[in-house]
Every structure is written in C-alpha cells, then in structure tokens.
Write a protein that binds this ligand. Structure first.
Ligand code: SAM
Length: 348
C-alpha cells in the first residue's frame, strides 16, 4: 500500500531525456535558439483532419491528402531532427489515428537512432483497436484528451461523433500498456469545471496522470486559470502538495490525495496565466510540413516544399535553424486580438 509520502508512483520513465544533448566536449549542442534553449522535443502533426469538432480547437480547411507528409518524408525528418539532438517525438494532429499508416510511422520513429521516446496524442476514438499494434510498433507514451466523463457533455464539446464509451473502452485497454498514460483536459468556463475532481480520481484509478490545460485562444473561449482548478480540487477535499517532478514538457505537478486516500500526481499546464516558455524545449512540424518554432508563432519553414524540390539535408537544417533564430523568448498568446495559426494542423 503506497503512502502519501512514497513517491514511487511517479512516472519516472517519463522524466525527460536520459542523454543530455551535448557535443563531445560536454558543451550543449544541437538545435539552439537565441535564448540558448535547446530543442529536444519535436511535435509532429500527421494530419489536419479530425473526427471530433472540439469547440476550443480551430476549424481547418481540409487539405488534399497529398499536402500531408508521406511516411518516407516523415522518416527522413525524424532522422534529421534526431541527428540535431531531438530525443522525443510526439505524433499528433488533427487526429493522428486517422492515418492508415500510423503504426508504420510509429515504428519508423521508434527505430530512429537517437530517439528515446515516441509519444502519441489522440482523442481516443480508435484507441481500443490500436493499443496492441501501437505497443508492438514501439509507442512509449500515450496522451488521451478527455474533457468530460459525461456522454452528453462530450457531444456538446466535441460534436455528435464523439462517443464517450469508445474513449473509455480505449483507456481501459491502454492502462498499464505504455510507459506513461496521461489524460489531458482543457478546462472550459461553465462547461466542465465541475468535473475536475472526478477526472482526477478517474485518471488515478487507471494509473494515469491527469493534466489540466488552460484554454488557449485558438477558437475563442474564456480562460479558467489553473489556480481556480486547484482551489476547486481543494474545496472538494483534495490535499495538494508541491511536487518538483518534471516530465519532458511544460506541465507543473502537485502531489495529491483525495478524501478516500486515493493519491497521485496532478499536472497543470498554465499556458495563459503561467507563461511556460523560459525552459521551452520544443518545436513543431505542422501537418503541411511547415516547421514552426513556437506554438503561438506565425511563421513556418516549408520543409515539405523543400523536400519535394529536392533539397538536401543541409538545406533543410539551414531552413530549420533560420526559423529557430526567430523563436521568441515568450509566446504572445495573451495579447488581445492575436489570431493564431490553426491548432488542427499543428497539434497542440
Ligand atoms: N486529436 C488529438 C486529441 O484530441 O488529443 C490530437 C490533437 S489536439 C489539437 C492536441 C491537444 O491540444 C489536445 O490535448 C487538446 O485538448 C489540445 N488543445 C486543442 N485546442 C486547445 C486550446 N484552444 N487550448 C488548449 N489546449 C488545446
């Protein structure tokens, strides 16, 4: 029986890169930006198509299939970025499970020299049938978006095609199969604030890490500050203590225990109220092959066009470094009136 002070339940295998990105002299090497931040984590959007219509995500024009990166182009980019110091790849979308070649892409990513972890973010709709093949393909970490445990409410948030029982079935199949399983909840004003406690308990019961995300301004919406989420959990009887555990990403964690003695970590991604950019280690490749240095950025290096025009690796690296040289010290998502590039092609 674990006690509140026993931290063995931390997902230690998800604790960041094991090999520091450094040159032979121990000096930091790889993809750096003007602030000296090193990129070790690349998020790759496999498609801008999605079978859910989440209210907080951006509507996107459906691209013709040939605008997406092919499996071979993706494999080339995985190797290129791994050679530059990227250690973790996250496959996202749109909805990445809509790609018929998803498991082959995961296998390519997992077998790329230098890559230590391959992660996937999904809405869970196809998860039950994919758990086994994804596991076989070498998937290490899984994030599933779960904004509510109420079927009707899910329809309101993500559209009539979103079926809660399918997601729950998928989560049941996935529990315990991957190095880490996280449940991501975008907290929406007046929509799901009342479920934060239930979502924490549900995640812990699966052995998963619940994480709350402040809504970013991709499609309107009012920010619920994570301080309010924390206050609500405490009002519901959760005891929450600071915990310094950091994974690969921007989440901060608290160690918690509910009234029944159930315990675990809770992650908070304060995109809006707690600017998390100081130690940003990530960059993104959008579904159209554009390399984007910042989630809140407006420019992309067109890697797909360059590859299709016959560019060699040196030219691709030059384009990536040029884009990275504009990476802002902090995102500008809190600026009033700022219109962001669509989330669906970028993948969070
Ligand atoms: N379709 C997959 C899914 O639902 O997880 C992957 C793509 S989705 C764009 C990736 C993540 O971005 C999800 O966890 C989603 O909740 C989050 N997200 C989308 N729009 C957001 C917003 N406006 N603010 C905060 N998070 C957002």
């Amino acid at each position: 029986m674990r006690t509140f002070t026993d931290l063995s339940h931390r997902p230690v295998t998800d604790a960041g890169p094991t090999h520091p990105v450094a040159d032979v002299h121990g000096r930091p090497a790889g993809l750096g930006d003007p602030q000296g931040r090193l990129i070790s984590y690349l998020r790759v959007s496999l498609t801008d198509k999605c079978n859910f219509k989440c209210v907080y995500c951006s509507p996107a024009e459906e691209d013709a299939p040939d605008t997406l990166l092919t499996r071979a182009e993706l494999a080339r980019l995985f190797a290129l970025f791994a050679g530059l110091g990227v250690r973790r790849l996250r496959l996202t979308g749109g909805e990445p499970t809509l790609r018929k070649d998803l498991c082959e892409i995961v296998a390519d990513a997992a077998s790329t020299p230098g890559i230590e972890d391959v992660a996937l973010t999904t809405n869970g709709h196809r998860l039950a049938e994919l758990v086994e093949p994804l596991h076989q393909a070498g998937l290490g970490s899984l994030n599933v978006s779960l904004d509510t445990l109420r079927a009707e409410r899910l329809h309101g948030v993500s559209g009539r095609g979103a079926r809660l029982e399918r997601i729950l079935h998928g989560l049941e199949a996935a529990a315990g199969r991957f190095r880490s399983l996280k449940l991501n909840t975008v907290v929406m004003k007046g929509v799901n604030e009342d479920e934060v406690g239930a979502l924490v308990r549900f995640a812990w019961s699966l052995g998963a890490l619940p994480r709350f995300i402040e809504q970013m301004p991709f499609s309107g919406g009012e920010v619920v500050p994570l301080s309010a989420v924390r206050a609500r959990l405490e009002a519901e009887g959760f005891e929450l203590l600071p915990d310094g555990w950091r994974g690969w990403g921007p989440a901060r964690h608290l160690r918690g225990r509910d009234r029944d003695g159930l315990e675990g970590l809770v992650g908070f991604i304060g995109a809006m109220t707690e600017n998390f950019c100081d130690d940003c280690n990530r960059a993104r490749v959008a579904a159209d092959g554009g390399f984007q240095a910042c989630l809140g950025g407006h420019e992309r290096a067109p890697l797909r066009e360059l590859m299709r025009a016959g560019a060699g690796d040196d030219a691709l690296v030059e384009a990536v470094r040029a884009e990275l040289s504009h990476k802002a010290p902090r995102h500008r998502m809190t600026e009033p009136g700022l219109v962001l590039l669509p989330m669906r092609g970028l993948g969070g």
